[in-house]
Write a protein that binds this ligand. Structure first.
Ligand code: SAH
Length: 276
């Protein structure tokens, strides 16, 4: 057309990029006017205050810095949980109660990026079984399992995110021997004393009871060695779901008590998160 003669004709791709840049500019302008909140709620400026005053920008900067600090603290706490024993974890959270909130917030953000949350898979599995079976949830977090199934669920964690939690170290839970039908560790095999923790699960499980483990796939350096160690601990593998690239879902039956000897293959790599 004659009207378009002055401007060079753009290819479809160039046109799309131009539109994208225009949208980006508009968004930046809008954010600047709103004090750069980028989606977070900001108090409306006083009518007399300049629209894009330094307070708005420094508040946004402070929010960003706080976010990065929280992320760094999450990575630090997470690393300590994976590289210390479960008793160190008890101490960590006792000495710094805020650490737990920070850890759980970061944990939820991480798992929220995955296509599926393993806890939902475990809930699915539990619903396929009788609701009369007694469950123990080791490292229960926010107790999603207990609030999603009709079974009696004993919830254990270091700090109570929910009133359903019994606060304890999972290496030593207040349950009688052979008192539960299903023991669950959903992303909770954290301490370096894994053998002790799994022996505790064996102790409270009834003979023939089920152990469900969901763990980050990349933690398994040598799955075969891990499965051998589990067999030594009295757990016979009955189901292995390795289909997710994020987590493995393993199911075992308690075949008997642990055979007492060090299980070297039990080692899992710590799950450390990269700085973003
Ligand atoms: N199972 C939950 C939470 C997983 S995060 C879910 O899948 O959503 C791991 C949890 O294990 C955290 O809540 C952490 O506090 C808990 N945990 C770590 N070490 C523990 C220990 N020694 N004793 C009890 N809980 C522990």
């Amino acid at each position: 057309g004659a009207s378009g003669a002055a401007a060079p004709r753009l290819t479809r791709k160039q046109w799309r990029n131009k539109q994208k840049n225009k949208r980006r500019q508009e968004k930046l302008k809008a954010e600047k006017n709103a004090g750069g909140g980028g989606g977070t709620a900001q108090a409306a400026p006083e009518p007399s205050a300049p629209a894009a005053g330094p307070t708005g920008r420094s508040a946004a900067l402070r929010a960003r810095m706080e976010e990065r600090l929280l992320a760094a603290r999450f990575r630090y706490i997470n690393e300590r949980l994976y590289t210390g024993s479960s008793r160190d974890a008890v101490e960590l959270f006792q000495s710094d109660p805020e650490a737990f909130q920070i850890y759980h917030r970061g944990f939820a953000q991480q798992v929220g990026r995955w296509p599926q949350n393993p806890v939902d898979r475990i809930i699915q599995r539990l619903r396929q079984r009788s609701a009369s079976l007694v469950v123990a949830d080791f490292g229960c977090g926010d107790c999603k399992i207990a609030s999603s199934v009709r079974n009696k669920v004993h919830c254990f964690d270091l700090v109570p995110l929910s009133p359903l939690v019994t606060v304890c170290d999972m290496a030593e839970v207040p349950l009688a021997d052979e008192s539960v039908d299903i023991a669950v560790f959903c992303l909770a095999l954290m301490g370096t004393n894994l053998q002790e923790i799994l022996e505790e699960a064996n102790r409270v499980l009834k003979q023939g009871g089920t152990l469900m483990v969901a763990e980050v796939a990349s933690r398994f350096e040598d799955l075969r060695a891990f499965m051998n160690a589990m067999a030594q601990l009295g757990f016979r593998s009955v189901n292995k779901d390795l289909s997710s690239t994020f987590f493995y879902l393993l199911e075992f039956t308690k075949a008997g008590p642990p055979r007492r000897r060090p299980c070297t293959g039990l080692r899992l790599l710590p799950c450390l998160y990269k700085r973003r």
